[in-house]
Design a binder for this molecule. Sequence first.
Ligand code: PLP
Length: 422
Amino acid sequence: MSPITLEVQPQQAPIDSHISPDTITEFNEYVMNTYARFPIALERGEGCRVWDNTGKEYLDFVAGIATCTLGHAHPAMVKSVTEQIQTLHHASNLFYFAPQGQLAKWLVQNSCADKAFFCNSGAEANEGAIKLARKYAHTKLGIDNPVILTANASFHGRTLATVTATGQPKYHKNFAPLVQGFDYIPYNDIAALETAVTKYEGRLCAIMLEPLQGEGGVNPGDRAYFARIREICDEKKILLIIDEVQVGMGRSGMLWGYENLGIQPDVFTSAKGLGGGIPIGAMMCKAHCNVFEPGDHASTFGGNPFACAVALSVCNTMVNDNLIANARERGQQLRTGLQAICDRYPQHIASVRGWGLIDGLVLQESSNIQARDVVAAGIEHGLLLVPAGVKVVRFVPPLIVSAAEIEQALAIVDQAIASFAS
Ligand SMILES: *Cc1c(COP(=O)(O)O)cnc(C)c1O
């Protein structure tokens, strides 16, 4: 076979050039304006570092928003991506192929669940959980107008059902009519939970919660609250659905966020960190609520050999390289360092909270600094961070992050806060 030659127009810079056509201009012209992007164009990554198209280096504590579990260009991912694309990259769920079965086995053997369904994203995994809960309501509980409770300040995705499940009015605005059958309760509030359970007696089929609210402000769940929910769900035979999309896959310092709460869900979902940055989602359930049958739910791309082989390499690397213990230890180091910064600037910083490598620096309500200002200052000093709401700065580095990289990030945050304090 002769090599394919592309005709390159003389005025165009080569694709790999640092002075390629202005990426930001192209976005402004051709991409829908749905994100408030920071004004840098990223080009390349390695480990916990990324470089923009001017060659500037950043420590990446966003990691694709808690997604790049193994950082960038990890050899295990390069190997699994390359091998699987050369073997069988996509087939169809009309057939069997090894990687999906192997990944399902790994997830079942390393969680409380008995079965897996694969899709492509967190929203889709939650969408699957919502459909499963509704079929469970119709077929097992005899409820024909089921209700699912979710929490205020939660985040479950942007499809119509998952954005309805998301307890944040700002995401609902202009999208009415929303999906029926959802109501909201304050997070970590046992009395409010009991009132809602009584209100929907005979209609309630599931309670869906994050183990720690990520997007809503890095707000950890309370053990007593989740223990009470588990009791209520057992008593009423309703499903506890845990959204592990952001917190799961080792990030919390345990494989699954629910392990920090001392309970087991009936259903849980995973996505972000599962594929290390390759799109994949999973909806996991226990045997007693495994109500789907052929034809009930499906996905063309879901669980394809490529995504599953890569996810499996992420899972295996996480175990072989002790990355969950690393998440625990580096998280402790990060929170200790952030607490010291908090103590130095009490007029600006209220508190530090989180589990493992999902941590939040909570700004004072009375301070004029917003999370976006800290993120912008971080970018200037070479550190990528992401806001979680208006007043919380979120730290979600790759699970491979080193002690030296945590120290470097802390020094930059200190510098950034100092620049506001002076
Ligand atoms: C990001 C996120 C989602 C949505 O995942 P997508 O892959 O963006 O659809 C759902 N739930 C939680 C907790 C998340 O953090």
